[in-house]
Design a protein around this ligand. Structure first.
Ligand code: ATP
Ligand code: MG
Length: 442
């Protein structure tokens, strides 16, 4: 008992891990492949006598020959000791207090080694760790990371990789393995289940059997994760460049049904399956070829058929098309945002893109030019193109807009659809204030 207490106080934990210091000749990470800002951050900290390492996903990706998306640095300096060493640095975070160091265009996340004393940490009823700001040793910091391949530290000074949990060997075997008892680690933070699936799909790793086994049983714990965190993780998953692969794997691991309304929509919905598959494939392709992707566009696409279905249900109850569409948007976004906090900025853009769709059907008078002037025209047109490609609206409608937007004024005028249709005049007589149709031509 006393021995255990002493070990704990000294930060020795239950089982000391076999640390390996691997020289550059064996790991082959080239300094020149590492972000200058990350190197500079480590250099400044080390010059002050602190230890500092590039850590986590960046080291893993460099070892796999993948360009890291972002860089994390781990240090024994406290956040308040880190901040004054850099001209542009911000203290952020509540669950984890970290420093964002901004150098040039890059932001490096600098975190202080954390203790893995999860027994002492504040938790919810299911074992989820609520706050985790106890600082510790590098060894403890390694143990509280999620997967062995994410617990590798690169020292830019010695160019060694420090490996506490056999991450290098796992990478060689292309295996994703949880550090410690997988079930406990998922309970501490259920988002790790989504991370396992995302990283495995993105990097082509196999999830180790004991890491994989508890996921199906624990999937429901995702319910207790704050919606803002789930949103961040879903966004990472959808923007990983491997969204389709990730989603297939989520389904295979039992992480789809009933866990998140968004996943139900994406995976279980036969209605818009072709549309959603196309949207995801397009996103994956754009990310792989380094073209920009708009999260608002993607979320709008994922939820479009929900909005359509809700809007049609309202029209069937005699609501007019435009108000029906508006109400359907509210309905769908309310349901989604309960579990997944899609940011306001995003939902505003999604509404614009959705709301503009019926306007593509109006090709008379001044209306097409007014639509062209909208700042969201490009995104809304791309959305229309996706609808056409999935067979929801005629290809001819998309082709018309593809030509119209680049045509000269005379050609545009000649393209307009005559405004004298008898159908429209009849409708005007019946309902003088009727709004334009929101229905999609099918
Ligand atoms: P990517 O940046 O490609 O999404 P990553 O592994 O770098 O993957 P980050 O969110 O950038 O993911 O996290 C950086 C590091 O922090 C991870 O490599 C891991 O060591 C640690 N980490 C992140 N999230 C968790 C978590 N939920 N539990 C334990 N450790 C985590
Ligand atoms: Mg990262």
């Amino acid at each position: 008992m006393i021995k255990r207490l002493i070990r704990k106080v000294l930060g020795l934990g239950a089982k000391p891990s076999k640390v390996q210091r691997v020289p550059v000749a064996r790991h082959h990470i080239q300094r020149t492949h590492i972000s200058a800002a990350a190197l500079r951050t480590c250099e400044v900290l080390q010059a002050e006598g602190y230890s500092a390492y590039v850590v986590g996903g960046a080291v893993r990706d460099l070892l796999l020959g993948v360009t890291p998306k972002d860089y994390d640095v781990a240090t024994d300096a406290r956040p308040e000791q880190v901040k004054p060493l850099f001209r542009r640095a911000l203290l952020i975070g509540r669950r984890f207090r970290i420093v964002h160091v901004v150098i040039g265009q890059e932001t490096i996340e600098v975190s202080t080694f954390r203790a893995d004393d999860t027994q002492g940490a504040e938790k919810d009823a299911h074992g989820r760790v609520l706050r985790d700001n106890v600082f510790g040793t590098q060894e403890q910091d390694a143990r509280r990371r999620d997967f062995s391949v994410n617990a590798l530290y690169y020292d830019p000074n010695t160019e060694e990789v420090i490996d506490f949990h056999g991450g290098l060997a796992d990478l060689k075997k292309r295996t994703l393995r949880m550090i410690g008892a997988a079930e406990t680690r998922y309970r501490e933070d259920p988002v790790r289940m989504l991370r396992a699936v995302r990283l495995a799909a993105k990097l082509g790793l196999r999830i180790d059997a004991s890491t994989r086994a508890p996921i199906r049983k624990l999937a429901g714990l995702l319910e207790n994760v704050p919606p803002a965190r789930l949103f961040d993780e879903m966004l990472k998953l959808l923007m990983s460049g491997h969204a389709n692969a990730c989603l297939q794997q989520l389904r295979a691991e039992g992480l789809s049904e009933g866990v998140l309304p968004l996943l139900d929509v994406i995976l279980e919905q036969p209605l818009g399956e072709r549309f959603v598959t196309l949207a995801l494939a397009q996103t994956d392709e754009r990310i792989k070829t380094d073209r920009p992707v708009s999260p608002a566009f993607l979320f709008a696409a994922l939820l479009w058929h929900e909005v359509l279905a809700a809007s049609k249900a309202r029209e069937a109850r005699d609501e007019r098309p435009i108000p029906a569409l508006e109400a359907a948007m509210d309905e769908v976004l309310d349901t989604q945002c309960e579990k997944l906090a899609i940011t306001r900025k995003l939902t505003a853009t999604m509404r614009e893109v959705w709301g503009m769709q019926p306007r593509f059907e109006q090709r008379t008078g001044q209306r097409p030019w007014r639509l062209l002037e909208s700042p969201r025209f490009r995104m809304a047109y791309d959305f229309l193109a996706l609808r056409a490609a999935s067979g929801e609206v005629p290809e001819t409608l998309e082709a018309w807009w593809r030509s119209f937007q680049f045509a000269d004024l005379d050609t545009q005028k000649a393209m307009l659809v005559p405004d004298t249709g008898p159908r429209k005049r009849r409708r005007r007589r019946k309902k003088p204030s009727a709004a334009p149709t929101a229905g999609t031509t099918e």
